[in-house]
Design a protein around this ligand. Structure first.
Ligand SMILES: Cc1ncc(COP(=O)(O)O)c(C=O)c1O
Length: 348
């Protein structure tokens, strides 16, 4: 047992370091709701530019970015096309139905990614009997796909398929900057394809709170209404925005290290006898399956937790490991060593 927990559970578990916290001390603040918080305004302007959009809106969470985007793009009875493993479908508490009155039509993709033919097949022809297909959503990177990165051409093709049929397109960019680190493609090149998109600051960027939704000025004006209505409008939000600005300045370039560490860990895990398979590692997430002769994911997670290492049980025999700024190469080696002790020979 070590003193410190080695936490590969998620990139949401990072704690703000001293320098990030110190950035708050000098942050200029004001009333966000009246547009008077200079730090929040600066953050919004930077993210709008980063994502290739006219305007942006600071929100408490990525979930609120997705849900507000759905509400602005759709009216009740509309249909939204999402991949079946997406966050919007599985982890937002039924928000699309509860908050926007929309139906979701899922498509089955390859590690969270799908093609233009799947979009075309999911779009309904106009009819007063059918829900109206209104919005296409996708995730870059696709979390449950093992941090899968969408190739740019595939993304362009699915967005074009949606646009040709009159749908809008929205990108959940919770880990977009990990994709940018992996491909070298600018965030604006991905973001500019969409009618709305967002990035999260509480994942690989290491801030404790915050996400920023971007789009055309008219979209952001409409989004403001729901931020206010749903209780997401803040006051001196500059104390939060200052940490997000710090993250933009200091924690973007290093995402390449997280991706490289995940690739290294994935390779080590792939060599273990009781690992049935590892999803390709495109970014900072490693998902692997334990062979039937090995422990369940729950038993493995419990055994590792007893050794001070946290991993995420993602199914009966599926495990997720996520890298981030609070773990390093030595932690990665400790993880692979610990896993090899449990996945080297059949469990009794
Ligand atoms: C792909 C994806 N989208 C959206 C979210 C929601 O982000 P938040 O936790 O900031 O609400 C997450 C969180 O894990 C995510 O992984």
């Amino acid at each position: 047992m070590t003193d410190r927990l080695i936490d590969f559970y998620s990139d949401t578990t990072t704690r703000p370091g001293r320098a990030m916290r110190e950035a708050v001390l000098t942050a200029e603040v004001g009333d966000e709701q009246r547009g008077l918080d200079p730090s929040t305004n600066a953050l919004q302007a930077r993210v709008a530019e980063l994502l290739g959009h006219e305007a942006a809106l600071f929100l408490p969470s990525g979930t609120m970015c997705n849900e507000i985007a759905l509400r602005v793009h759709c009216t009740p009875g509309d249909e939204v096309i999402c991949e079946q493993t997406s966050h919007i479908v599985n982890f937002e508490s039924g928000g699309p139905a509860a908050l926007s009155g929309v139906m979701i039509r899922t498509v089955e993709g390859d590690r969270g990614r799908f093609d233009a033919a799947a979009v075309a097949a999911a779009i309904r022809p106009p009819s007063r009997y059918f829900p109206a297909s209104r919005l296409l959503c996708l995730e870059q990177t696709a979390n449950l796909g093992g941090g899968a990165v969408w190739p740019l051409e595939q993304m362009q093709a699915v967005v074009a398929a949606a646009r040709n049929a009159g749908l809008a397109a929205h990108m959940d960019g919770a880990r977009l900057l990990n994709a940018c680190a992996a491909t070298g493609i600018a965030a604006a090149t991905y973001g500019g394809l969409f009618d709305s998109c967002w990035i999260d600051f509480s994942k690989g960027l290491g801030a404790p709170v915050g996400a920023v939704l971007a789009g055309p000025a008219t979209f952001i004006e409409a989004a403001w209404r729901f931020k206010q209505q749903w209780g997401g409008a803040l006051r001196q939000s500059g104390v939060l925005a200052a940490m997000c600005l710090y993250a933009l300045d200091h924690n973007v370039d290093r995402l390449a290290e997280d991706n490289a560490l995940a690739a290294h860990i994935g390779q080590g895990i792939g060599e273990l006898p009781l690992v049935a398979g590892v999803l390709p590692v495109d970014s900072n997430i490693v998902i692997f399956d334990i062979a039937p002769e090995g422990p369940t994911a729950a038993a493995l997670a419990e055994a590792l937790a007893a050794e001070g290492i946290l991993i995420c049980e993602f199914g009966e025999r599926r495990v997720r490991v996520v890298t981030h700024l609070d773990v390093d190469g030595a932690d990665g080696d400790r993880l692979v060593d610990a896993l090899s002790a449990h996945l080297g020979t059949p469990w009794p």
